[in-house]
Design a protein around this ligand. Structure first.
Ligand code: CA
Ligand code: CA
Ligand code: CA
Length: 271
């Protein structure tokens, strides 16, 4: 029986290893991209299992970004998502520096059902623009918003479906867990990146996070969802639509857990 238990445990560990991705939350793009060479293809993910969106619009200053302005310093450039049996990994590349206190980074926002309500927020910066500390995961009841009611329509106090589709920071909600999260100058194999995309220069920053899937309401699993990010002015935003089929159903965990418990209980009495 001990032998059976050992075999079961070995299988379980193999299963875990086989499904665990090698993504380390350290602000290094080598988990996501091939070595950048200064071409548009730099933005393509290194694995087909990575969902992504790219909108690297400029490397210069002041350019229009849609819906607002700000050039490279406010460019939301790319977002990547990968999912394994236990984690949702997110990487956002932006020209917005973590020390920008004029319009700092907003939070990661997740809309299950793609119905315009962002149920979850992952705090990127613990500052007075929103609630919580970096890495806090909130089930949200309200969001803060940016300056634009439509592309190039600057209306800080106004409201519109467009504005609500691009939430900035979590305004209120319940903290339900923690993600590991870093926000720093993007590195590749621990070195600064001299060229990334056609707009070269190493002023690219990476928000990288790993969020335990168990945090999310199981009834939302399998629904279509978007992951969105913008800064507190919302001058530029980026969003990705991962395939919900890549999120394992909770029943997988339950069955796996029950199987382990069975093996453990059968194995123990013989000691
Ligand atoms: Ca750019
Ligand atoms: Ca952009
Ligand atoms: Ca929703």
């Amino acid at each position: 029986m001990r032998r059976l238990y050992t075999i079961a445990l070995s299988c379980f560990l193999w299963f875990q290893t086989a499904y665990a991705l090698a993504i380390v939350v350290d602000g290094d793009l080598s988990d996501w991209l091939n070595p950048p060479t200064g071409n548009a293809n730099d933005w393509l993910p290194k694995r087909s299992s990575i969902f992504y969106a790219v909108e690297d619009q400029t490397g210069g200053a002041g350019a229009y970004l849609d819906p607002g302005y700000g050039g490279q310093g406010y460019d939301a450039e790319a977002i990547y998502v990968e999912i394994d049996a236990g984690m949702l990994y997110v990487a956002v590349v932006t020209g917005l520096a973590p020390n920008n206190t004029t319009w700092p980074a907003g939070d990661l926002a997740i809309d299950f059902g793609q119905n315009g309500t962002f149920e979850y927020g992952i705090v990127v910066l613990g500052d007075s623009w929103g609630i919580g500390q970096a890495g806090d995961v909130f089930q949200t009841t309200a969001w803060n918003y940016g300056l634009w009611t439509a592309p190039n329509v600057h209306d800080p106090s106004g409201d519109s479906p467009y504005k609500r589709a691009h939430p900035t920071t979590v305004k209120s909600g319940t903290k339900i867990g923690s993600a590991s999260l870093v926000y720093q100058q993007a590195k590749y194999n621990s070195s600064p990146i001299p060229k990334l995309g056609v707009y070269s220069g190493n002023n690219h920053y990476l928000i990288e996070a790993a969020i335990p899937l168990a945090i999310f309401d199981p009834t939302l699993r399998g629904q279509k969802f978007d992951i969105h990010w913008t800064m507190t002015c919302a001058n530029d935003w980026i969003q990705v639509d991962p395939d919900p089929a890549s999120v394992p159903e909770p029943s997988t965990f339950l069955l796996l857990g029950a199987g382990m418990l069975g093996a453990r209980m059968r194995g123990k009495p013989r000691g």
